[in-house]
Design a protein around this ligand. Structure first.
Ligand code: B16
Ligand code: MG
Length: 218
């Protein structure tokens, strides 16, 4: 029986994926690196450090851990310029209503994000207090597709992994949910449609009650 819903942040509740892309693109332009929208797909759901390592691999370049840290700091500065401008209106269509509906039905809600900026983003969107547990990049050692972020979310909700649905927009996140024995629901990103148990283009097209029934067949 499903008792908990775990939400990824970037690309699921808010479209910050485009800001990650713009920030990496700006850094890559300065460094003379190749980086396009297809390359960006590989970074979705992946930690900041791992994202830059992937960019280095694409460009056949090596950097020291200190240099990687340095450039990730520059990228995060660019990213913060964008997300400081976020408002409540930037929550994706139907997402807030879906969270409210799920709470009303008694589901426990957790955030399971790779981002170290999640508190700032939740604060800007004014939805921080809707979550019973917030697990993000500041609390985990292993990046998605490792299931750590979702397993910690389920544990903090006091639930077994099998009792949780995970909402994700990235291939790494869908794999992480499966690795953690949870039910992955793909959101918004058509690239992952074939890898999840169920796919929605937007939360506006469903309700918590209908979605849980569709996923579990209950
Ligand atoms: P930050 P999610 C992930 O968030 C993003 O999808 C990914 O592109 C980003 O590199 C990662 O957070 C780290 O973000 O630089 O803010 O710590 O999708 O897991 O909510
Ligand atoms: Mg995401």
């Amino acid at each position: 029986m499903i008792r908990g819903l775990i939400f990824d942040l970037d690309g699921v509740l808010v479209d910050t994926a485009k800001y990650h892309y713009l920030a990496w693109k700006r850094l890559c332009a300065e460094l003379g690196y190749k980086f396009d929208i297809n390359d960006n797909e590989l970074l979705k759901g992946v930690s900041r450090i791992r994202s830059f390592e992937i960019i280095l691999e694409i460009n056949n370049v090596t950097k020291t851990p200190e240099e990687i840290e340095h450039y990730c700091g520059i990228k995060n500065g660019y990213y913060l310029e964008y997300i400081r401008r976020l408002t409540e209106d930037d929550i994706l269509p139907g997402a807030k209503e879906f969270l409210e509906d799920a709470k009303r039905l008694g589901y426990k809600l957790a955030l399971g994000s790779a981002s170290k900026n999640s508190r700032l983003i939740l604060d800007r969107l004014k939805i921080e207090d809707m979550f019973d547990a917030i697990i993000d990049g500041t609390k985990v050692q292993s990046a998605k597709p490792d299931p750590e972020v979702f397993l910690k979310g389920a544990a903090e909700l006091g639930l077994k992994p099998e009792e949780c649905i995970v909402f994700e927009d990235s291939a790494a996140g869908i794999t992480a949910a499966r690795n953690g024995h949870m039910r992955p629901v793909g959101v918004s990103n058509p690239e992952i449609r074939d890898y999840c148990d169920y796919f929605i283009r937007s939360f506006a097209e469903t309700t918590a009650e209908v979605l849980v029934k569709k996923v579990t067949g209950e």
